[in-house]
Design a protein around this ligand. Structure first.
Ligand SMILES: CC(=O)CC(=O)C(=O)O
Ligand SMILES: [Mg+2]
Length: 221
């Protein structure tokens, strides 16, 4: 049987890992009264978390406080283990605008009981993603404006220049513990301004003049 080449511009269909970085912006760590990390905080989402424009973000029935977190996603184009920082950007195929939807009440409860954040972070539709952005379209990923509006009201407006750990550092750090594969996505953390969303809300987000995306919030039946 002839093999068809997979297209990285539809990486969300590949079933690869979504590795998320938490508390990578000091202003967001402060708004949630978290300590500023000295090493990246990592957690995972499964590929079933992906949702694309045209389909809604579903509020899990067990949360009363679902938050948006707008983030820059880095799409891995070449896998590797223990990737040196100096070579890290050679492993990037491109970027995507992402939301790290978070059941904040469940996360707070997990934190207080010393439990993992899985139900707070990894539920179905917890990772809305934009179209793929080839890396040539973003020559300086360390200086990008990210914004998010809920029902036309600006809630988040930050710059990737505020990241505590840079993209090359994150790729190198993660790959020391978790082998990166082509099609993996790294969510690089959110700037301040996270807030609750409700059923019927309309979310719009963008990376300056590069990409925008819109999602409706719906109840999970
Ligand atoms: C406290 C968090 O939910 C961490 C996180 O995801 C972030 O982007 O920061
Ligand atoms: Mg996040």
């Amino acid at each position: 049987m002839a093999m068809t080449a997979r297209n990285i511009s539809q990486f969300w269909e590949w079933g690869r890992k979504i590795i998320c970085v938490g508390r990578n912006y000091a202003d967001h760590a402060k708004e949630l009264k978290n300590a500023i990390p000295t090493e990246p905080v990592l957690f995972l989402k499964p590929p079933s978390a992906y949702v694309r424009e045209g389909s809604p973000i579903l509020v899990p029935p067990y949360t009363g406080n679902l938050h948006h977190e707008v983030e820059l996603g880095v799409v891995i184009g070449k896998g590797g283990t223990a990737i040196p920082q100096a070579a890290a950007m050679e492993h990037v195929a491109g970027y995507a605008l992402c939301l790290d939807m978070t059941a904040r009440d469940i996360q707070d409860e997990c934190k207080s009981r010393g439990l993992p954040w899985t139900l707070a972070k990894a539920f179905n539709t917890s990772c809305p993603v934009s179209d793929f952005i080839p890396k040539e379209r973003i020559p300086d990923p360390a200086n990008l404006n990210l914004w998010l509006k809920v029902n036309e009201q600006l809630r988040q407006n930050g710059s990737t220049s505020q990241m505590i750990f840079s993209i090359p550092y994150l790729i190198s750090y993660i790959s020391d513990f978790i082998t990166l594969e082509e099609g993996d996505l790294i969510l690089t953390g959110t700037p301040k301004g996270v807030s609750a969303v409700q059923e019927h809300d309309e979310l719009q987000a963008g990376i300056q003049d590069v990409v925008t995306m819109s999602f409706r919030v719906d109840r999970q039946d």
